[in-house]
Design a binder for this molecule. Structure first.
Ligand code: FES
Length: 164
């Protein structure tokens, strides 16, 4: 698997994060969580460095990264937009939020905008059904949003109005 050149530039930052933990297998999850928090994904180079540090095979770290949904192996945008598509939100037209996001950012769930600013995801239930339809941006919850709210909110984060 190919390692991005930018990851080599970040190698010393990865190293100091990793070395703030003892080199023991029981710290694997904590290091991965810290790395995910810091970079919004698990860089491939960091994965090999983590494996070496805690003394486990690289395949084990990948297995862990694939198992837990909280980890991403691909870079995400600076802002992660999560649109709830659980039953309550679906009934309240969560689909129109996704349509507006796509129109405005040209990104569908699972995609990141070309400028690296936004990633779009869907989730099953955010536990705030009374506020349906709900979307969350970097942990901030927006409830009872409609299409024009979405447009305004995205602009607040630096996104454009409708592209066409
Ligand atoms: S279904 Fe959307 S918050 Fe519960």
């Amino acid at each position: 698997m190919q390692i991005d050149a930018k990851e080599y530039e970040n190698a010393s930052a990865y190293k100091s994060l990793i070395e703030s933990y003892a080199g023991k297998p029981e710290y694997l999850l904590a290091i991965m969580q810290d790395m995910q928090r810091q970079y919004n994904y698990l860089p491939r180079l960091a994965i090999t460095m983590i494996a070496a540090h805690v003394g486990l095979p690289v395949s084990r770290v990948y297995a862990m990264a694939s198992f837990y949904k909280a980890f991403s192996l691909t870079p995400k945008g600076r802002f992660v937009i999560r649109v709830c598509d659980g039953t309550a939100c679906h009934i309240k037209n969560s689909e129109t939020l996704l349509d507006q996001i796509e129109k405005q950012l040209q990104a569908r769930p699972g995609e990141t905008t070309a400028d690296g600013l936004f990633s779009v995801e869907t989730v099953n239930c955010l536990g705030a059904c009374a506020l349906a339809p709900v979307m969350v941006i970097n942990g901030r919850v927006y409830g009872k949003v409609n299409r024009s709210d979405v447009e305004r909110i995205i602009k607040e984060y630096g996104g454009q109005s409708d592209a066409n």
